[in-house]
Design a protein around this ligand. Sequence first.
Ligand SMILES: [Zn+2]
Length: 298
Amino acid sequence: MGQNEKGPFKPASVITSVPTVLVPEKWAGGNVDCGGKSQSPINIVTRKTVKDERLTPIEFKNYQQTFKNSLTNNGHSVKVNIPITSTISGGDLSTTYKAVQFHLHWGKDGGPGSEHTIDGEQYPMELHIVHMKSSYADLTTALRDPNGVAVLGFFYEVLKVSAQNSKTLVARSRVANMAVFVFSDVSFSLPSISLAQLIPPEQKLTSYYRYRGSLTTPPCSESVVWTVFETPIPLSMDQMKAFSTVQFYDGTSMVNNFRPVQPLNGRLVYRSAGATLWVSSALLAAALTTALGLSQPN
Ligand SMILES: [Zn+2]
């Protein structure tokens, strides 16, 4: 970082190239792990997921406590550090994990923007709540443990107009509205929020997918136990579009800040007992054929 980089933003028209940090294809060059065999995100093919009875509902502790912290632009996303001790356990997690930060991935003007996809469908936005084993003091240490980090992923969907103005939505829209003001080198205070206000109610979180993967930004460490929830978070189109006004360090709009899906390389994706098997008509036909013994199961 040079000394003069804190000046006013250059208009987007003078930006001629996209910094390497923003180009996922170039990450492997500087970060060996980004070219690894267990990378995230992935496309979840629901008919190939394996039902696992051990994937019981996640236990959320202290997710209701409100906290104040600022929203910062880390060059990949807008991120909020979590200054309180909110933890998750259960759901076949090996131990208790505490929440460290949350951030979002989005598209352009409410278009496709999630990192994970379900049967090829990309949602407009995805929230990641990053946790590490409670025994660790910092994320760097946790990333050296193959099970050190647990990330909860939540999709967003565009809300129907009739459902607006709910109390929870007001809390969510605060985050969305604040995003508008996030520029490089500047962090903004958020009003008090709790993690519970950001996500669907617990009873809607029993359906989820689980697999072993990585951080989706450099250093792409393969130390993440992923939990991707089926129930999306509703947000209005206007709020979704607000994220398109966030800027990268160089002043260009931070849009499409999602990493493309990565190869599974033989990994299995498990689903909780509550997860629905989404079967489109074409897939249903394929499943029927298999069930009738007319084709080789793969
Ligand atoms: Zn993320």
